[in-house]
Design a protein around this ligand. Sequence first.
Ligand SMILES: Cc1ncc(COP(=O)(O)O)c(C=O)c1O
Length: 462
Amino acid sequence: MDVKIPLSEKDIPKQWYNLAADLPSPLQPPLGPDGKPITPDMLAPVFPMNIIEQEVSTQRWIDIPQEILEILYRWRPAPLRRAVYLEKYLKTPAKIFYKDESTSPPGSHKPNTAVAQAYYNKVFGIKKITTETGAGQWGSALAFACKLLGLECKVYMVRISFDQKPFRKLMMQVWGAKCIASPSDQTEFGRKILKEMPDTPGSLGIAISEAIEDAVHDKTGQTRYSLGSVLNHVMLHQTIIGLEAKKQLKMVGIDKPDIVIGCAGGGSNFAGLSFPFVQDKINGADIEIIPVEPKACPTMTRGEFAYDHGDTACMTPLLAMHTLGHAFVPEPIHAGGLRYHGMAPLVCQAIVEGLLTPRAYHQLKCYEAALTWANTEGFICAPETSHAIAAAIDEAVKAREEGKEKVILFNYSGHGLMDLTGYDAYLSGKLADYELPEDSLKKSTACLKGLPKPSTKKSGKW
Ligand SMILES: Cc1ncc(COP(=O)(O)O)c(C=O)c1O
């Protein structure tokens, strides 16, 4: 029985996979304030040009620079594991595999792109990077990457997580970054929000606005902004996860999984694991591919497919994505990384095509799954990751009921050792389920009226 399936360092993927090359209906371009597609130079104050080139690239395979690989070797290739103890507990004939992204120094998949982004910024001559963070996973990943590449790092952390997760803030400080609660008094937009809503728990949309404002207002031109999810280049950098997993499954004689699962906040860990399998599906493979989100922030399952801003202050271009509206302020559920109003355009276009089947879960079900996981496999997962585990359990139970030996693969996006306050709230019975009410959804999507509409045309193959 193969419980751990390691991949040798010499077999680490040397290229990333770009789904934009293979999507049957082309990705719809980001639009500027005039409703016209933006040009790369319009993004130049925010991102370095080498990253913008990746953002707009439709090249299928993109080489991973050696300097990035040398940093990734600290924990990559990441292990593929088989959850045999959970399988036994569930009495399922299914084989459950998971890609263990919790083994990176900051404890999640986020450094896969943090290292790449810090590298490209450095090569471009940038000295400082600003960013936002929800759960703190992204902020700590970027702090780690900036330290290794010799860049300054400033992180705007969503207020609710800043209060709930003091240890993440300390990790950022250990790696030399500045971490500030958002909304803050350090930006014009933060001050405006604080005046209007002094008790707001904050949101990723607000924190993004602050981090962009900070970057573009640096008169020296040596600061850029970095986003930990949503954008095409982030999805690209994360595909190393799925490319490794494919090789590892082959090592145990599995040609393809039947089901691929990932939790989805902005879409990056889900995309990272699944896009190489989406490519196989486009080429005819029969694979069910499931992104999972919280019912409290049901972007893919109840949001509109619309052109919307990535941030609350409307500083970003309009992206064609499923969205709850840029003004959406989610309930303070513990899966902080799944509280974003939008979703990666690449994931959304794949949803429009029918290549993915998104679903949404309540947080109590997810914590229950996290406890089952900890009591069988032994590991304590991040609250975000528990959504993927809950779906894997549901699929394994279904396989048992159907008597089918399915292969389930999911992304174990991070450990939960810094998220124990959420477990505390669950264990002491303080957590409740929350489903976004229909009238709140109507209110939060009202800001989409008057914005351009993306095409929902699809190839009709799925
Ligand atoms: C452990 C973990 N999983 C998942 C996510 C969700 O982000 P994404 O959808 O970009 O993978 C986060 C975000 O912070 C996270 O920390």
